[in-house]
Ligand binder design. Structure first.
Ligand SMILES: Cc1cc2nc3c(=O)[nH]c(=O)nc-3n(C[C@H](O)[C@H](O)[C@H](O)COP(=O)(O)OP(=O)(O)OC[C@H]3O[C@@H](n4cnc5c(N)ncnc54)[C@H](O)[C@@H]3O)c2cc1C
Length: 493
């Protein structure tokens, strides 16, 4: 890498699914040991360590929401919960011996590309010792996560009673027999509400937009089934394939005017009509935007929970929040004992608050906020040589397992690092023309989807209304784009 044939020194930010995958594959495929992973948390897991709210679970079946190189025959049910997924990731990290390379409780504050030496200068805060350290890396890999920075709407700051964001759940806050207000109707709220409804005295749900909620096939796996997954060749792999391909079919539901889209609307409406007999409540819960424009959530328990006598669903706009009350446009005033903000994440902040300074001293996030985020294959940018962004711009999925995307990206990145070594190059960067062409193709493809066609105010879009969080095509199409690397799109020095 540096002309001395020494392995590259690699800095990795984050130890969730992405960071663990990076760490495993650097060692497995390239035999590289000279990498350090920094995570500000106390363990691996990312999303699955931090989100501990009641009902937190995966909405992609677990046999697919796991690494292809580490299938798990012991998943307890179709959609596993947070603790089980976290345990899975810890076991992967142990098995592949990546713990030794991880510095926990270390927050990366900034990363700056030093053009003179062709390396990344990375400033890290050792949290327990409150000490800042500078590391120098040949290669920087950000696996800092996409749904990570909680979104706290300013409006609720005035409330002085006990409150918590779904992603920073505080189990010491008592909900039993309390009047609880929950703001939001997205994926987290859909999971939390059925779990707490029977515990609280009264639950007030504040909904801005009704979500599309579709049926979920959930059941536990018997010990015989687990045995078959572990011992009969091909059984688990077949299930994984079945889930993968049936999810792939769903991508056509997100294209404009497709049969699959119409079928999905019928499925959503069927669930709503069957589970919500009250016409007034049903009207409030009927989504007013096209199927899939915002995240679709599977649940069999959400609608029945909202129909319970101790639940009030408020859909009119919140006009005033005081230290102990919430008032709506229709004049309703609620004085909750506890406030839960299921208000999602600042997706457009990407790796923030970390500052990444690119070529020419430009702050990458500021540039993305101004010009729109862009990364070739969603992984690498012209302005940041020797840097890779796992789950970068336009890589999220509305229909399939992101773990598969992570593996596609890591494998692509491994091939680039390998090529650097073959060419004895110390710097690789994406050609501007290749990045521009790639981004144009994404935006063109996006126009055929519901996301790129309708403005439904989803978190998939940035402040310009451009969809920056999602991949517009099938996952197979992403696999095909990333399985081989077009080295002519890169400059090696
Ligand atoms: C509640 C919830 C449910 C979800 N369910 C699904 C699902 O069903 N299906 C699906 O496909 N996806 C789901 N997701 C998306 C989920 O985030 C991804 O599937 C996956 O976990 C992302 O892994 P990651 O490693 O990229 O990011 P994360 O899990 O967010 O991990 C990022 C890590 O980076 C660390 N980090 C970030 N910045 C720094 C820094 N500056 N310094 C040090 N450390 C840093 C963080 O501490 C964290 O540990 C869900 C997300 C949430 C929040």
């Amino acid at each position: 890498m540096d002309g001395s044939n020494n392995p590259p020194k690699i800095g990795v930010i984050g130890a969730g699914f992405s960071g663990v995958c990076v760490a495993v594959q650097l060692r497995k495929q390239l035999n590289i040991e000279s990498y350090t992973v920094f995570d500000e948390n106390r363990d691996v897991g990312g999303t699955w360590l931090v989100n501990t709210y009641p009902g937190c679970a995966c909405d992609i079946p677990s046999h697919l929401y796991s690494f292809s190189f580490e299938p798990n025959p012991n998943w307890s049910k179709v959609y596993s919960g947070q603790e089980e997924i976290w345990e899975y990731l810890r076991n992967v990290a142990k098995k592949y011996d990546v713990y030794a390379n991880i510095k926990f409780n270390h927050r990366v504050i900034s990363a700056e590309w030093d053009e003179k030496i062709g390396k990344w200068l990375v400033k890290v805060l050792d949290k327990p010792n409150n000490k800042e350290e500078i590391y120098i890396f040949d290669i920087l890999i950000s696996s800092a996560g996409a749904l990570r920075v909680p979104n706290y709407p300013q409006q609720f700051e005035a409330f002085e009673g006990p409150k918590m964001h779904s992603a920073v759940w505080d189990s010491s806050i008592e909900l039993k027999d309390k009047v609880v207000a929950i703001v939001g109707s997205g994926a987290s709220a859909v999971q939390i509400i059925p779990e707490i409804v029977d515990k609280v005295k009264h639950l007030v749900v504040y909904q801005r937009n009704a979500a599309w909620v579709v049926p979920r096939t959930q059941f536990p796996f018997s010990s015989y089934t687990k045995w078959a997954f572990a011992n009969i060749p091909g059984v688990q792999w077949s299930l994984r394939n079945l889930i993968f391909w049936s999810n792939e079919l769903n991508i056509s539901a997100f294209r404009v005017n497709t049969i699959m889209g119409k079928l999905s609307v019928m499925l959503g409406n069927y669930q709503l009509n069957r589970q919500v007999p009250d016409p007034e409540l049903r009207e409030k819960l009927t989504p007013k935007y096209p199927f899939g424009c915002k995240r679709v959530t599977p649940s069999n328990e959400y609608y029945p929970a909202l129909g319970k006598p101790n639940v009030t669903l408020i859909t009119s706009k919140i006009t005033d929040v005081t230290k102990d009350s919430i008032t709506n446009e229709d004049g309703t005033c609620v004085k909750p004992d506890v406030l839960i903000l299921a208000t999602g994440f600042k997706v457009q902040d990407f790796f923030a608050p970390l500052n990444i300074t690119s070529k020419g001293g430009e702050d990458l996030l500021k540039k993305w906020k101004k010009e729109g985020p862009c990364a070739y294959m969603g992984i690498a940018c012209h302005s940041t040589p020797n840097a890779f962004f796992i789950l970068g711009p336009n890589t999220g999925l509305g229909h399939n397992s992101i773990v598969f995307t992570i593996e596609c990206q890591v494998n692509w990145m491994i091939k680039v690092i390998e090529e650097m070594s073959k060419r004895n190059a110390s710097v690789v960067s994406i050609k501007k023309s290749a990045e521009d062409e790639y981004m144009d193709s994404i935006l063109t493809s996006m126009k055929t989807t519901v996301w790129g066609t309708y403005d439904c105010g989803s978190w998939y879009a940035d402040h310009r209304g451009v969809i920056t969080a999602l991949w517009p095509e099938s996952l197979v199409s992403y696999y095909n784009r990333t399985k081989d690397v077009n080295f002519s799109h890169m400059e090696f020095l």
